[in-house]
Design a protein. Sequence first.
Length: 311
Amino acid sequence: MKSIILPERLKEGDKIAIISPAGSVEKEQLQSTIDLIISKGYEPVLGKNTLEKFQDGYSYAGTEQQRIEDINWAFNDKDTKAIWATRGGYGCQHLLEHIKLNYFKKHPKWYIGYSDNTVIQSFLLKKGYASIHGQTLKTSSFGVTQESYKLIFDVLKGKSLNYTLEANRFNKNGKTNGQLVGGNVALIYALLGTKYSFDFKDKILFIEDIGENFYALDRMLISLELAGVFKKVKGLIVGGMTNMGKETDNKAYEEAFDPFALHLVDHRLKAYKFPVLYEFPNGHIQDNRPLIIGAEVSLKVGKSSELNFKL
């Protein structure tokens, strides 16, 4: 496996590019996080089309060409040192065939986002670059913990990540290590069979999702199984599973870790022996702590579980 490049740490006063590669967003939805970036000593710089709107069956942050223009600006602008997506939604797949990394290859930057941004992060990992799977600038209606943002800034400063979690009834105990891949399971599923799909061999896979019918989640899991993903990975981490099924029928609809969704994952993994860590605090949930996609990690699942990053 080729070595993965982790971008350099940021210095006080560095500029952070802010782009909307998918859904549209309002300025007031970003203001508190923009203020937070400033308070941490960095300068936020909005892309030309960050606040654009384009209706085409979905409210995009501009046309495909406008979003392509902004992401290529962000990757190749010489003055900005990191890139932070305002939100996910839908639309990042439109950009994959058009991303240019001419300047970025010589001066890699952290790319920060989750949800639909999973496809951008898979694209970057294919090119050999790590990224931060963490909270976007727009927060959901249920909010976000201070720690979720604090830990992102810690990574930007060059600090490592180490997590300790309590036991979980779904956990499958064991120890393993490898490169962390994954993100939103709907996007992992959407990339299967394309040149942008994650390479799963000997990897530790992370999955999370929101707003899926239970049968849709099961379909995605079966597709991963049919594609041989679970025969290739060395471990699995399951993050947030929320707003699953139908709100009127699901008493656990608002829970961060829907128990029936976790049951579906557990059911599909019965035949596999690798360790599985459930209810990791990352995803479309209030406590959305960052992961570094592409980093080497060690995973221990037991009475007390640990995920440690080797940076």
